[in-house]
Design a protein around this ligand. Structure first.
Ligand SMILES: Cc1cc2nc3c(=O)[nH]c(=O)nc-3n(C[C@H](O)[C@H](O)[C@H](O)COP(=O)(O)OP(=O)(O)OC[C@H]3O[C@@H](n4cnc5c(N)ncnc54)[C@H](O)[C@@H]3O)c2cc1C
Length: 472
């Protein structure tokens, strides 16, 4: 293993990760004449852009101006904190809103094409007060395709030394505690690489169940993420005393099931948005009782209602006639959806309500009462308990069914604390020298607080990567 610093093994900037933060970072640094080493654990670049919906947001963009939309970073700041109930790190949010428009203008200069009709005020999350939210036709891939030509160009020119299948495992520090390099696993063994500045752009940790249970112990993991989101950056930074926080602000996405009961990374989404599919079913808790208005229009309300449940779990209850008439809840054909019941551990089928309760492990008398009260609400066309609006059909025709659903996540809540220069902060609040971080490694809750604020994971990743590429 080479341990001596030599000019061939020393770069201006060493970037860990070639995803949403790492790509703009490498491009902007290369444009400024920096020698960049980019280590990427995957066999390809792009990271979570291969999964992401690619929704981004910024205030004061050229696109907004061309459509006559008046907006400002201050307004974006206020609006984001309103949606997140004031829980976003104000230093990080300020840095983000002040530079986000530049990021989107820059993407458009590189050829990014916003989908027709964008920007919008809200899509999938609570609405902003103005239209600042957009995406490309191919979701995250549109952004990757926008960044790839410039990245390729600098790789070909030798300015970016891209090493795929190189997994950073450890940060190397000098006698004074300054970071001077990294150790990485490669197909040819372990090697050390050195640089003036090291940037962790290695994404989240929701594909690492052990680390998830250490950092986020109160929330059972059910994730749909890039399998390389293993939290290596967090582990390496923590070993140097970096502050990692954010678990207390977790919010789940509503809702999913585990495809494989033994694999918490096998989360699959359920279509439970009343805006796109009428909710015919009822949702009951571990006591067999309803706990929310199933068709409440606010996604924030629905997410928070589920978050309060034990293990963020709920049972979606329906009967034979609902199964035959309602659209599937899974994102697949009606035939495949119906066939799941009784065959998949999360899709339960029973001859009676009593049997259903037994299979779900909820008190039978409670479930009987819940369904009886719900049927009375359907008859009256009024739900006095939760004010549910869609009350089309009683639950009464055997067989009865349930889906064991739970909160799902596409994001990692905890992350590394940084200052306004994106320097990684140690436990004493002082920066760890030469070490920077950008992207989801900062923790989703640092950029979006305890809510889903439109675009506030991907846009900060792109923006902070770009900023570091311009400043380091
Ligand atoms: C399904 C889904 C939908 C989403 N939709 C949106 C959305 O619409 N809007 C939004 O704002 N956010 C969204 N997000 C989140 C957003 O896409 C991510 O937060 C963002 O892309 C993360 O960027 P990143 O650069 O920090 O991490 P990544 O893009 O994950 O990049 C990290 C890179 O580092 C590499 N890496 C990891 N460990 C190492 C190591 N040890 N050594 C070397 N390389 C390593 C990884 O392989 C990866 O390529 C979504 C996420 C998912 C999963």
């Amino acid at each position: 293993m080479p341990t001596q610093r030599s000019s061939s093994n020393h770069w201006d900037i060493v970037i860990i990760g070639a995803g949403s933060a790492g790509l703009p970072l490498a491009i902007r640094a290369a444009e400024r004449g920096q020698r960049v080493l980019q280590l990427e654990a995957d066999y390809r670049i792009g990271g979570t852009l291969h999964w992401s919906s690619g929704q981004i947001s910024a205030a004061g963009t050229r696109l907004q101006k061309s459509k006559g939309i008046e907006d400002s970073p201050d307004e974006h700041f206020r609006d984001a904190q309103r949606i997140a109930h004031g829980t976003i790190d104000p230093v990080v949010l300020r840095l983000f809103v002040d530079h986000a428009a530049n990021t989107i203008d820059w993407l458009m200069d590189q050829g990014f094409e916003p989908a027709p009709g964008t920007p919008v005020a809200g899509e999938a999350h609570e609405a902003y007060s103005t239209r600042r939210y957009l995406w490309g036709a191919k979701a995250g891939i549109s952004i990757l395709e926008t960044l790839r030509p410039a990245h390729d160009k600098w790789v070909r020119a030798g300015r970016i030394d891209l090493r795929l299948q190189h997994r950073m495992r450890k940060l190397i520090v000098d006698r004074n505690g300054a970071v001077k390099g990294v150790r990485a696993e490669t197909p040819n063994g372990e090697f050390e690489f050195f640089g003036n500045n090291i940037v962790l752009a290695s994404g989240g940790y929701a594909a690492n169940p052990e680390l998830w249970s250490q950092l986020t112990p109160k929330i059972p993991l059910c994730s749909y993420v890039n399998p390389y989101s293993r939290g290596d950056g967090l582990v390496a930074a923590r070993a140097l005393g970096a502050t990692v926080d954010g678990a207390d602000k977790f919010l789940c996405t509503f809702a999913g099931v585990l495809e494989d009961a033994n694999d918490p990374r096998s989360g699959a989404f359920l279509a439970l948005s009343p805006g796109s599919r009428k909710i015919w079913e009822i949702f009951v808790d571990h006591n067999g009782r309803r706990f929310m208005q199933e068709d409440h229009p606010s996604i924030d309300y629905r997410e928070r209602s589920l978050l309060k449940q034990r293990g963020t779990a709920m049972n979606i209850v329906l009967d034979e006639r609902i199964l035959q008439n309602a659209a599937p809840i899974t994102l697949e054909s009606a035939e495949i959806y119906r066939r799941r019941f009784g065959r998949h551990p999360a899709f339960i089928k029973a001859r009676s309500i009593a049997e259903l309760a037994k299979k779900l492990g909820v008190p039978g008398a409670n479930l009987q009462r819940t369904i009886k009260e719900y049927n009375q609400a359907v008859d009256r066309q009024q739900d006095q308990r939760f004010d549910r609006q869609f009350l089309l059909r009683r639950i009464e025709s055997a067989p009865f069914y349930a889906i064991k659903a739970q909160g799902i996540t596409v994001l990692s809540p905890c992350g590394i604390k940084v200052d306004r220069q994106l320097r990684v902060l140690g436990a004493n609040g002082r920066p760890i020298r030469n070490l920077y971080a950008a992207g989801e490694v900062l923790g989703f809750t640092r950029t979006s607080g305890n809510a889903f604020v439109g675009g506030l994971s991907l846009t900060p990743a792109l923006t902070f990567g770009k900023l570091l590429g311009e400043r380091l």
